[in-house]
Design a protein around this ligand. Structure first.
Ligand SMILES: C[S@@+](CC[C@H](N)C(=O)[O-])C[C@H]1O[C@@H](n2cnc3c(N)ncnc32)[C@H](O)[C@@H]1O
Length: 248
């Protein structure tokens, strides 16, 4: 495809959230986060398996496919990107076409992953948690139906970056601990944050880690970022939930 043709097709697909370089055409050169998501990728790429040959990868909330394409460049046997926004999927398909990379993109919600019919070795779940009204349900579903070996996770984080030890239990009279800045907190956004009414719950760092553990993952932070590489814990989530039978 010639540059002019790429430019025309890029612009015809509306506003882009991913700034991709498609044959010399930048899709979102004025992104409010800078060169997004390339700058994030540069800070995490050393912590993500470099050789994905023979592996299957699922990118949940793939947007225009930046991370899906990077996974394919690392040799993954199969990469599937899912998103519930058809506009972004059209952008992702164009990006794959221009890049000459074989990635499948399909319209699917994180709440509907069970219908994919099997687990993927590596699952990316980046920048989606805080867009969900039911974030813990999504993590439970990822654990139950999608993640085979590794989850690469990112959330916007607001509030404390601290951590406090988590006790096994707390007395009914215990009140102060809830006001500790590093107590796990999800901040509820009733209206909008950053001009975006789809931001619902923004966690502090302790909450991100506690939710991941609670859903059966082992969050290893990538220093200086909001990204975690998580293995599966050798047990299912301990607590009851929408996905698991209630305790007792
Ligand atoms: C902030 S963007 C993050 C895109 C990309 N994962 C990244 O890290 O750059 C959030 C993406 O999640 C998608 N999304 C939001 N809710 C979703 C849901 N319930 N199921 C699937 N995708 C969802 C949005 O359409 C959007 O493309």
């Amino acid at each position: 495809m010639e540059r002019g043709q790429i430019e025309a097709r890029v612009r015809a697909l509306g506003e882009w959230f991913h700034n991709l370089d498609l044959g010399g055409v930048a899709t979102a050169p004025d992104h409010f986060l800078g060169d997004y998501p390339r700058a994030v990728w540069e800070s995490i790429q050393g912590s993500v398996p470099a050789d994905l040959r023979g592996k299957t990868v699922l990118d949940v909330g793939c947007n225009a496919g930046f991370f899906s394409l990077e996974m394919k460049k690392r040799g993954a046997a199969r990469v599937v990107g899912v998103d519930h926004d058809e506009r972004y999927l059209a952008q992702a398909r164009l990006a794959a076409e221009v890049s000459g990379l074989d990635v499948e993109f399909e319209n699917r919600s994180v709440y509907d992953l069970a219908r994919l019919g099997g687990r993927f070795d590596v699952v990316l779940f980046m920048g989606v948690l805080y867009h969900l009204r039911h974030p813990l349900l999504a993590l439970d579903l990822l654990h139950a139906h999608a993640v085979g070996e590794l989850l690469v996770f990112q959330s916007m984080i607001r509030g404390s970056q601290g951590r406090i030890p988590v006790a096994e239990d707390y007395r009914f009279e215990e009140r102060e601990v809830f006001d500790h800045p590093a107590w796990p907190k999800l901040h509820f956004i009733e209206r909008a944050y950053c001009g975006d009414g789809t931001n619902w719950w923004i966690p502090n760092r302790a909450c991100v880690e506690a939710m991941l553990r609670s859903a059966g993952f082992d969050p290893q932070p990538i220093a200086g970022t909001e990204v975690y590489v998580c293995g599966r814990l050798p047990r299912d989530p301990a607590e009851s939930g929408a996905v698991y039978p209630a305790r007792e």
